[in-house]
Design a protein around this ligand. Structure first.
Ligand code: PXP
Length: 249
């Protein structure tokens, strides 16, 4: 089975915001990704608005014809925006103002009330709701109890073990294999409890195939590696190469 690929285009906005100008266009990026075969577009509306802006989400809602997934913190402000714009799905993520990127999954178990309230409001408005969590049984169980329809397994730990020096040590390889087991196990538990399973964070052309064989995973959300590669080969080609990497061609 081939997983769906949602391309996270936050970094197109990161470049634009470096100059606070109008290019590169996030809308052009979304259209190119879709034409290249992406199954959806993912963006993260951060509370600090460091890349994606509110206007981007509204414009994307009008333009994206495949699937629009918006990542956000489980706050009243963010839920209000989602209810107004109605993306196809919302992925609830943790947010720390000083982080470079999302650091690990959302602790649904410890933030149960805020997360379940957000999920209820989103689902009542017909928005498909996913939570980004670490591959832990406790979090899967909390996500299910909170009413999420999907979990996105945070693959940051696995991804980290596949880059640079760590990936060439046998101890690093063993740990990466152990992480794949952890992701597979979490995906199976989640699927058995009726949740749909996605995965993402830190995935690359090189490390995605080892997770793509996990049939319980139906969707990947990948950004940094695709946008980085697109600088050299163009976005159309970069998306196509990732689709091929996922389908192991
Ligand atoms: N999934 C979630 C929930 C994320 O927060 C991010 C990063 O915004 C990604 C996937 C994509 O991660 P990366 O840019 O490392 O591919």
């Amino acid at each position: 089975m081939n997983q769906r690929l949602n391309v996270n285009i936050d970094h197109v906005a990161t470049v634009r915001e470096a100059r606070k100008t109008i290019e590169p266009s996030i809308i052009a990026a979304a259209v190119i990704c879709e034409h290249a075969g992406a199954h959806g577009i993912t963006v993260h509306l951060r509370q600090d608005r460091r890349h994606i802006q509110d206007k981007d989400i509204s414009l994307l809602r009008e333009v994206v014809t495949t699937y629009l997934n918006v990542e956000m913190a489980a706050t009243t402000e963010m839920v209000k925006i989602a209810l107004a714009i109605k993306p196809d799905s919302v992925t609830l993520v943790p947010e720390n103002p000083n982080e470079v990127t999302t650091e690990g999954g959302l602790d649904v178990a410890s933030n149960f009330e805020a997360v379940s309230l957000a999920i209820k409001d989103l689902r009542d408005a017909g928005i498909f709701t996913s939570v980004f969590i670490d591959p832990e049984e406790k979090q899967i169980e909390a996500a299910k109890r909170a009413g999420a329809q999907q979990i996105e397994i945070c693959t940051a730990e696995y991804a980290d073990l596949t880059i640079g020096a760590k990936s060439s040590h046998s101890a690093g390889l063993e740990r990466a294999t152990e992480e794949i087991r952890r992701v597979r196990n979490a995906a199976q538990i989640a699927k058995n409890s009726g949740l749909i399973v996605a995965a993402g964070h830190g995935l690359t052309y090189r490390n995605v195939a080892a997770l793509a064989v996990i049939s319980e995973i139906t969707e990947f959300n990948i950004g940094h590696n695709i946008i980085s590669h697109s600088i050299f080969v163009g976005l159309n080609q970069a998306v196509k190469e990732m689709i091929n990497a996922i389908s192991n061609k």
